[in-house]
Design a protein around this ligand. Structure first.
Ligand SMILES: *[C@@H]1O[C@H](CO)[C@@H](O)[C@H](O)[C@H]1NC(C)=O
Length: 111
């Protein structure tokens, strides 16, 4: 079956540190991959997608994701996390949304 998987239920990073939310897929063919974010008390917002072309995809709010065919991964990354990045992030493949990928807690108190 085609699916995407979350590797971590929750990720905690310090504000200013790099943020990675992991996603792997198990599609036999070329996958279509999507990242969405849900900020507190808001609806789902589209961040970025991979369909073809460049492996490194840039999206909204300073996020990017790198498609890695040999690793079958599409991890979401941001060089420097903000407190406002605390949200629920969803990875989706083709038209199958598997659900919660990662719940990110940043700690704006640190430093
Ligand atoms: C995929 O990931 C592997 C292991 O991290 C890395 O060696 C390789 O360069 C990556 N490939 C691409 C296309 O980024």
């Amino acid at each position: 079956a085609e699916s995407v998987s979350q590797l971590d239920d929750q990720v905690t990073v310090t504000e200013g540190d790099p943020l990675t939310v992991k996603c792997t897929y198990s599609f036999s063919g070329t996958p279509y991959l999507f990242w969405y974010v849900q900020y507190p008390n808001q609806g789902l917002q589209f961040l970025l997608k991979y369909i073809a072309g460049d492996n490194l995809v840039k999206g909204s709010f300073g996020f990017m994701a790198e498609f890695n065919k040999s690793q079958m991964s599409f991890h979401l990354k941001k060089p420097s996390a903000l407190g406002s990045d605390s949200a629920v992030y969803f990875c989706a493949g083709r038209d199958t949304v598997v659900g919660l990928l990662g719940e990110l807690n940043t700690n704006p108190q640190v430093q």
